[in-house]
Design a protein around this ligand. Sequence first.
Ligand SMILES: C[S@@+](CC[C@H](N)C(=O)[O-])C[C@H]1O[C@@H](n2cnc3c(N)ncnc32)[C@H](O)[C@@H]1O
Length: 305
Amino acid sequence: MQHKREAFWFYRYLSNFYDKLVNPLFWTESMREKALDVVDWSDGENLRVVDVGSGTGFTTQGIVRRVPAKNVVCVDQSPQQMERAMVKADLERCRFRLGDAENLPFDDDTFDRYVSAGSIEYWPDPQRGINEAYRVIKEGGQALMIGPIEPVNPISKFIASTWMLFPPENDYHLYFHNAGFTDVDWTYVRPHWQENERYGIAIVGTKPAPGTSPNAEGRRSRQALVSAEPGGGWLGRNLLLTGRVVLGSAAGFLFIPMALLAHVSAPLRGVEGDIQPLNKEQKLVLGLIGGAVTLLLLRALTRRR
Ligand SMILES: C[S@@+](CC[C@H](N)C(=O)[O-])C[C@H]1O[C@@H](n2cnc3c(N)ncnc32)[C@H](O)[C@@H]1O
């Protein structure tokens, strides 16, 4: 999934239930608020902000609590995700642009703040995306990157890396250091059902001088390699893409029942936190899991007899 075309097709259908099944489990309002608070929002009235990989606008909804919506520009490569953000009442005055995080459609030194939440894991070349964050903000501006940290549990680690990139924590620090950011600060975020304190990171840095990132100059980008069309003709390429999207999605969807079970078992495991009640879509998925397990058990029992 860590490929632009795969992510594009994945979100084409995931956008249908993203707000109902994905965010309430993996990227909750309290996580969002904690992450956004690492940034300096004083003088919010005058700040121009770009939200990259803005998706259905969940993080943007946190940004417009701090900055007038008319000052916020949302960028995403998925029209389906963007359409869902555009109809949200509080985002009505934001501006929306289809675009690529690794090649942002803005001049150097345009914004005061850059925010990207939960998108880096789909970027083929994260360093290039963070160099872009540096480029588009003004001198003294801040860039905030929110992303998952490589899981410690080997099963989650395997599923996560089948699906997309979950960088080790140190990589985030390196990306920021390499891009040229100073005054780097960070905090960790996790949903209440997650025991691991270091589930996700919100890392912020300040741009010390105008212009492009010193790292962008003369850097041989991996971009040409990762976006190069694989060989094998049209049919072969599309079969490969379909296979990867199906496999990647299957691995990704495994996270939903795993997280739902972790959510309901959190009080039994003594995990404390801000517990959100399940919505009806989550209850439906849990019901389906329960039904499937019951059927399998019944089948196993009747076979033994
Ligand atoms: C997990 S969603 C996060 C959405 C949103 N930031 C939020 O907080 O809910 C990831 C988003 O990143 C977008 N995305 C992935 N790769 C991208 C790229 N190279 N450029 C722009 N957007 C990208 C996807 O289309 C998707 O909408």
